[in-house]
Design a binder for this molecule. Structure first.
Ligand code: HAM
Length: 419
């Protein structure tokens, strides 16, 4: 039996890589526009990094690819970036001016049930602001999440940021007499309200003294006062149309302490495109108090984003246009006797920074021109019996001129190629 990729893992053929690169370069360019700096961390971490701030039974712990390495250490493939970021920040924060605005694009691993929008290895963009607790930082992070999606051609018709507040939830749960453990159970149930049957949730909620109805009543009370400064800052940027206060969002991860949000497609047929929030205690907790910095950030995966692009014609066309093959020059070798001179021209073109291709073995001249068009070449340089004269041909207009080698090099150098 032939061996194929494991379930939930993807092969990236060249066309898939081109698509992934385009998504990544869009993420990078918007993050850079926002003044964020790129960082990265290791793929393998100590399992304790994930256990330390998560309560036993947390979903992410059940999804870890965890094993003992050859030295007997308990290690895990990273399921998310935030604990790594918190670890790195705690180790070096004194080297950096605050606030730190960092982003990364990395691959992550979760042993999830494979389904539409959820794989076992995925790419995730993360952006975080560390060392700033004001709503201005919350608004900056939300704006970045919105502008990332706008850069793919999406509008407020296509997606919505559902904004909530963990602090409001904790206050509500405390008012109902929930201790820490009961609060975590209630939050886990609130996170599943849209996906699980009420009977099942009521059974889980029983030890907390709460019911699905209590959670729904709290959610129905609308927008807490705490959202006002963030919403004002978004209004000043003209971005409120993308945001909807919605207390039904609680987030599955344990470390969030304040504003939390998830981004969904408007028709709500897909899983979340992105999610994040404020986690003011994580750096303190993971570093045993050595560092104490407020932080807020989010992650956006490539899988759901890819589905939404495919289902939105404007976004799909934009991506397709960016993926059109392109090459500056195709060197056509019309006379094999001059292959060495043609190779010299190929080399010169490449050294001048022009993307250049040529046939690796003898091929009929007509076929070479077909190949040039297939590769999206702008120009062909024909090297044939007329050597030392060559023909430079603009493939779209068919305009051509005959040049000697030095005139050709002059033309290539000054980039005076007619387009
Ligand atoms: P998360 O909600 O677990 O948050 O993941 C964020 C996004 O990553 C999701 O909305 C989804 O697009 C994508 N994602 C997550 N799991 C999978 C999967 N199995 N397959 C495909 N895509 C997936 C976090 O990871 C937080 N660490 C984000 C954060 C950064 N919070 C603060 N800073």
């Amino acid at each position: 039996m032939p061996i194929s990729a494991l379930p939930g893992f993807r092969d990236f053929f060249p066309e898939d890589c081109a698509r992934r690169n385009q998504i990544v370069s869009t993420w990078r360019s918007v993050a850079t526009r926002y003044g964020f700096q790129e960082f990265d961390g290791p793929v393998l971490e100590s399992t304790d990094l994930y256990r330390k701030k998560n309560d036993a039974g947390a979903e992410i712990l059940d999804q870890l690819y965890a094993f003992a390495d050859r030295g007997g250490r308990e290690v895990a493939l990273r399921p998310e970036m935030t604990p790594t970021l918190a670890r790195m920040v705690a180790a070096r924060e004194k080297h950096y001016r605050k606030p730190m605005k960092w982003f990364c694009v990395s691959n992550f691993f979760r042993h999830e049930r494979q389904q539409k929008g959820r794989l076992r290895e995925f790419l995730q963009f993360n952006a975080d602001i560390i060392g700033e607790s004001s709503p201005a930082a919350d608004a900056e992070i939300l704006s970045l999440a919105i502008d990332l999606l706008r850069a793919f051609g999406f509008t407020a018709e296509h997606f919505v940021v559902r904004l909530s507040d963990r602090a409001a939830w904790m206050d509500f749960l405390a008012s109902k007499g929930c201790d820490h453990a009961a609060s975590l159970t209630a939050l886990a149930c609130a996170d599943k309200l849209e996906r699980e049957h009420p009977d099942k949730l009521n059974a889980r909620l029983a030890p907390t003294g709460l019911t699905v109805e209590d959670l729904r009543t709290f959610i129905g009370q609308g927008s807490p006062q705490a959202f006002a400064p963030v919403m004002d800052a978004l209004a000043a940027r003209g971005l409120t149309g993308f945001v909807q206060p919605d207390l039904s969002i609680v987030r599955g991860l344990a470390y969030y302490t304040g504003v939390v949000f998830e981004v969904f497609d408007r028709s709500q047929t897909l899983r979340a495109l992105a999610g994040g929030g404020r986690y003011d205690g994580l750096i303190h907790g993971l570093s045993d108090g050595a560092a104490d910095l407020p932080a807020i950030g989010f992650g956006m995966g490539d899988v759901v984003l890819g589905h939404l692009i495919d289902e939105t014609p404007a976004a799909a066309q934009r991506l397709q246009a960016a993926l059109a093959p392109s090459l500056d020059i195709f060197v056509v070798i019309a006379d094999e006797a001059h292959r060495p001179e043609a190779l010299g021209i190929v080399q010169t073109c490449r050294e001048l920074g022009l993307s250049t291709d040529f046939p690796l073995k003898p091929v009929k001249t007509g076929k070479q021109f077909q190949e040039a068009e297939h590769l999206g070449a702008q120009h062909a340089i024909l090297v044939g019996q007329e050597w030392p004269l060559v023909k430079l041909k603009h493939l779209a207009t068919r305009a051509e001129e005959v040049l000697d080698r030095s005139a050709l090099v002059q033309k290539l150098k000054s980039c005076k190629l007619d387009s």
